[in-house]
Design a protein around this ligand. Sequence first.
Ligand code: C5P
Length: 227
Amino acid sequence: MKKITIAIDGFSSTGKSTLAKQLAKELEYVYVDTGAMYRAVAYFAMKNQFIDADSFNKKALIESLPKIQLEFKYNAVLGFAEMYLNGENVEKQIRTIEVSNFVSAVAAVSEVRSKLVEQQQEMGKNKGIVMDGRDIGTVVFPDAELKIFMTASAETRAQRRFDELQQKGDNVTYEEVLKNVVDRDHMDTHREDSPLVIADDAIEIDNSYLNKEEQFAAVLELINDVV
Ligand code: C5P
């Protein structure tokens, strides 16, 4: 069966990564979570005090970009790749609400985007890849054979994210998570460089009322039409 490129874009917490992981496992494709890369850069910026609630020293972050090395390493026990920042596994650190609160500001910096997009294009050059993010079908792989755009109501997404964070023992409120989801959507859709938009040839899936299995089955059918 010919290998294709599958681009999955959409709003925050729409279950993009769940779907992408299911597809990668089924098709034996590589899965790349590009949000993890932006999160790792945001975490780096926080750790180096380039960004906090009151200020963002973009210049210092841009100057430090050559020092940021991002790598995915496959964890056979978990069955997916984890994010490493300069050799350190940062998978846990990048999923906190603090990183979620700063990541969209960091992702709006063009120099950050061009560095990460280049690395993403390199990872996908041999196809056989499922990549999720905000600009995969529009910027990273505009020629992807299959483009999915995922959406769901902000309340549904916030509830799912809140449940996930609670399970991990994160001490957040539902209101905090809802605010983060709404703020990130706003920033991601309104930034100048590569805003989140639906590609003309993307297929939109609203999964407010679809469970994981139904959604997976629907997308597998779409893939069968393409390959
Ligand atoms: O996918 P996730 O919610 O983890 O992404 C975190 C943030 O990273 C997004 O809210 C967005 O600001 C940024 N992002 C992006 N482009 C991508 C992937 C993520 O701007 N391709």
